[in-house]
Design a protein around this ligand. Structure first.
Ligand SMILES: NC(=O)C1=CN([C@@H]2O[C@H](COP(=O)(O)OP(=O)(O)OC[C@H]3O[C@@H](n4cnc5c(N)ncnc54)[C@H](O)[C@@H]3O)[C@@H](O)[C@H]2O)[C@@H](O)CC1
Ligand SMILES: Nc1ncnc2c1ncn2[C@@H]1O[C@H](COP(=O)(O)OP(=O)(O)O)[C@@H](O)[C@H]1O
Ligand SMILES: [K+]
Length: 463
């Protein structure tokens, strides 16, 4: 945002104009959602505080009882100092006693310029708020780039932000602290986006194009997926298979480790082929271009060897579950895979704990392995080896149930098989997975998702 402001200002839009527009957007959102009530604006020393003084003035002009409490005065000569000078209404101490009297608090303490953890008086006063909080840009203390809380951040009922959502609005815990998020246009020209060349996006259909079979297509043209099944947990491979087929793979073969497993698998979906021929013979068939290795497999040397074999044969491999665990402490074992789909535990086992900066950790993992990394969760991060990231924010918590990760791996493989590039396939897979889950809602079990994919795809391919 700082870069966006700078680019806009360099392009001739005065900072003060942006600040007035930002403050106006917040005041408008407040007046739409709340009745006039004793309002306390907590203002910091930077531009976030500047926005706060504008909000105070506009609410007061609309007849609201408003008081401003400043953590520190703005530096002389800044835009924030200019708008603070235009505030002629009452000031209060920046104290817990002031917040105790407020019916509504505008948090304009820190925004994008957070330079260290929020502590001391700022944390004490923000922590004492019991009235509803409206956050300007982000709840103070939420790191806009990562969603992490640095020190302390209040729970907002409403967050008004400007120009573009930041990762911190989409990534937990920040996302949970924002409350309702309103994105306001403050007049930054479209060219600013090109000037700042963002490296992070929110997942959505504008970022990828789903494959659609041509009128003269055939099953081989839509791609053949192999899924390596384990002897014990055959369900995992079957979930992968169902999802890959619904995502549009033309053919699907389950690779059985032994005759007993093969007969279990053959009792499943009749459209699935089951092979006992062994990995070598399937890998000799170049038409079987996409492989899923890991779901239902033990985290052992055999799994690891099979993964390496598939990658060495030039296949596009989705590595999940057992294949990730088999690479514990050894990210190089995953090098050259197309897509890795670790949840936080698997990620930590392979790459070490992601820490507070999950986007950076996912980027580093992708750069290290050359694979697209999907760091799964309620706010999955999809990272490309070149540093781009996409945040998937459409997944409902109904997905927090066993087997849904296997389904995600299957969707990704089904899309890869049809020729989508790994980054686009991974992004689209997360999005379709989330959309299907929304349709299903409460009571979702992993088996439901593949079935609902056809409706999601129908809607997406129509639009
Ligand atoms: N440049 C502009 O004209 C615009 C700026 N905007 C606002 O400007 C904000 C960013 O402004 P700034 O870059 O001035 O940053 P902030 O206002 O977030 O904070 C910067 C100031 O706070 C201090 N600070 C940061 N973290 C601290 C901590 N934990 N403890 C104590 N002091 C701390 C810094 O040293 C600095 O003085 C955005 O979030 C947005 O609200 C918007 O109004 C859009 C237009
Ligand atoms: N609270 C949540 N909200 C939204 N999506 C979630 C949540 N918890 C898990 N998910 C999604 O569900 C899937 C779970 O995958 P995973 O943990 O690998 O489960 P499994 O190994 O049982 O298949 C991932 O796609 C993840 O993004
Ligand atoms: K704020």
């Amino acid at each position: 945002m700082t870069r966006a402001d700078a680019a806009a200002i360099a392009g001739g839009i005065p900072g003060l104009t942006l600040m007035e527009a930002a403050g106006r957007a917040v005041a408008r959102a407040v007046m739409r959602r709340f009745r006039p009530v004793r309002t306390l604006v907590l203002a910091g020393p930077g531009n976030n505080g500047g926005d706060g003084y504008v909000v105070a003035r506009l609410l007061e002009q609309a007849g609201w009882p408003v008081v401003v409490a400043a953590l520190a005065p703005p530096r002389p000569g800044t835009d924030a100092a200019a708008v603070a000078a235009r505030w002629r209404g009452p000031m209060a101490d920046f104290s817990t006693a002031s917040v105790a009297r407020a019916g509504l608090v505008i948090d304009a303490v820190f925004g994008a310029g957070l330079s260290k953890p929020v502590d001391g008086l700022a944390a004490e006063v923000l922590g004492a708020v019991t009235a509803p909080v409206v956050a300007v840009d982000v709840p103070s203390g939420v790191d806009g780039a990562t969603g992490a809380v640095r020190g302390f951040a209040p729970q907002a009922a409403l967050t008004v932000t400007f120009f573009r959502l930041k990762p911190g609005h989409l990534l937990y815990p920040g996302r949970g602290l924002c409350g309702e998020v309103v994105l306001a246009d403050i007049g930054l020209p479209a060219g600013v986006l090109a000037a700042i060349a963002p490296r992070a996006w929110r997942n959505g259909p504008g970022l990828w194009r789903l494959p659609r079979p041509g009128a003269d297509s055939h099953k081989y043209a839509r791609g053949h997926v192999a899924v390596v099944a384990g002897a014990g947990m055959t369900g995992a491979a079957r979930l992968v298979a169902g999802a890959a087929r619904r995502a549009g793979a033309g053919l699907l073969t389950l690779l059985a480790p032994d005759a007993a497993t093969a007969s279990v698998l053959r009792a499943g979906d009749p459209g699935v082929m089951v092979s006992e021929a062994g990995a070598e013979s399937l890998l000799a068939d170049a038409r079987i271009g996409s492989w899923v290795v890991g779901p239902g497999l033990p985290p052992d040397a055999a799994t690891r060897a099979l993964l390496r074999q598939a990658i060495a044969a030039g296949r596009r491999v989705v590595a999940d579950a057992g294949a990730l665990r088999a690479a514990t402490g050894d990210p190089d074992a995953l090098a050259g895979a197309a897509v890795l789909t670790p949840h936080a535990g698997e990620f930590s086992a392979v790459f070490g704990p992601p820490g507070d900066d999950r986007p950076a950790a996912a980027r580093a993992a992708a750069a290290r392995t050359g694979a697209v990394v999907v760091l799964k969760g309620a706010d999955s991060i999809i990272a490309a080896p070149d540093g781009r990231i996409v945040i998937n924010a459409n997944a409902p918590p109904w997905l927090a149930t066993g087997g849904t990760g296997d389904v995600l791996a299957g969707i990704a493989a089904g899309l890869l098989a049809q020729g989508m590039a790994p980054f686009e396939a991974a992004c689209a897979a997360c999005f379709l997975h989330g959309e299907a889950a929304h349709r299903i809602g409460p009571g979702l079990v992993a088996e439901d998702i593949a079935d609902h994919l056809k409706h999601v795809l129908a809607a997406r391919l129509r639009s």
